[in-house]
Design a protein around this ligand. Structure first.
Ligand code: UD1
Length: 336
């Protein structure tokens, strides 16, 4: 199946393109390279032996985006990753986030209608749950007021998708609420490429271990958790990528129960920051220089997924464990 992947040279996008090829699909990439590099295409080629059609196009430009559909007739599904994703930056530059993320999804839906693509997979986030009252968190948990413009764009995009799909009976969507994606492809030919100082935990850990950063700061050790540090559900990026293939195939084979469905994509296991540090040291044999600092504003204390709906209904399950995943992140770091 011909599948358009926006943000296909990005972190999750590139891993998904690889999995699409391995599942026998024909991905086409649209990316404006605002947070990725064209050389990612070489990594995809190195793993799959396939040169994927690539369009350096910004999906907020409706005309340019539409021209990709003209050039690539027969696109059936879209996996939409292209979006700005830095929580802190979104607080400083809210308009950039609302413009990029909302115009992007509007144009994706507009082109799906115009050019007859029927299935959409949308990258949503567990951030929509805020600090859930019950753990593990299910898809039925209430959506909490967003803590950042970034989080708000995910909530608004979900609403835009729901309204558009209910107004048009040819459209279908699956929204995947990701927990914390980490790791890299086992080949170490693709992985995460954070620009500047990483904001996320694992790239900061690997860069500290590599001597690029002096010291990792653990943001708070006085949370109400067994060791005092925050707990997240860290999901291997290749496992996460595979969920997108399941989602597309579910829509195309008419197995959806509703025209819009939501799935939590996580492991179901919560891991603390201290546990990450310990496992990383253990797996790599590298001693991490770290210190405890104050809490980071806006951080959730603890969240992990109930992924049973994705397990049972989507036929998807996280397979890789934390040790293997941290080893892949380190292998990738050492190739950079
Ligand atoms: C955040 C966003 C999420 C977004 C994701 C990817 C929220 C609530 N979550 O996840 O929506 O999809 O980023 O951009 O806004 N930590 C440290 N030291 C560091 C970095 C992180 O201790 O140097 C800790 C954090 O306090 C947190 C954990 O590591 O407990 C994970 O942090 P991070 O990787 O930034 O992801 P989230 O904040 O969970």
């Amino acid at each position: 199946m011909k599948i358009l992947v926006t943000g296909g040279t990005g972190y999750i996008g590139s891993h998904t393109v690889v999995e699409l090829i391995e599942a026998g699909h024909e991905p086409v990439i649209v990316d404006n390279l605002s947070n990725s590099k064209e050389s990612v295409l070489d990594g995809i080629y190195g793993i799959t032996g396939r040169k994927v059609p690539f369009y350096n196009v910004d999906c907020t430009d409706l005309e340019a985006f539409g021209s990709v559909f003209e050039a690539e007739p027969g696109i059936k599904a879209i996996i939409h990753f292209a979006a700005s994703k830095a929580v802190g930056e979104s607080v400083k530059e809210p308009l950039k986030y609302y413009r990029n993320n909302l115009t992007g999804i509007i144009n994706v839906l507009e082109c799906m209608k115009r050019y007859g693509a029927s299935s959409l997979v949308f990258s949503s986030s567990c951030t929509v749950y805020g600090q859930p009252e019950e753990l593990p968190v299910t898809e039925e948990a209430p959506i909490q007021p967003a803590l950042s413009p970034y989080g708000n764009t995910k909530q608004i995009c979900e609403e835009i998708i729901r309204d558009t799909v209910s107004s048009c009976n040819t459209l279908h969507a699956v929204m995947l609420r990701y927990f914390n994606p980490i790791g890299a492809h086992e080949s170490a030919l693709i992985g995460e490429l954070p620009l500047g100082v990483p904001q996320n935990l694992i790239p900061y850990v690997t860069q500290t271990a590599a001597g690029i950063r002096e010291c990792l700061t653990v943001f708070g050790n006085d949370y109400d958790t067994p060791d005092g540090s925050c707990i997240r559900d860290y999901i291997n990026v290749t496992d996460l990528a595979k969920a997108h293939i399941k989602a597309v195939e579910r829509m195309e084979s008419g197995k959806q129960k509703q025209n819009v469905e939501v799935f939590n994509i996580g492991t179901g296991v919560g891991t603390s920051v201290f546990e990450i540090i310990k496992t990383f040291e253990d797996v790599t044999g590298v001693k991490l220089n770290y210190k405890v600092g104050p809490r980071r504003e806006g951080d959730i204390e603890k969240v992990w997924a109930d992924a049973s709906y994705a397990n049972n209904e989507l036929g998807w399950k996280a397979e890789k464990d934390m040790r293997e995943t941290l080893a892949s992140a380190w292998k990738w770091q050492t190739t950079l």
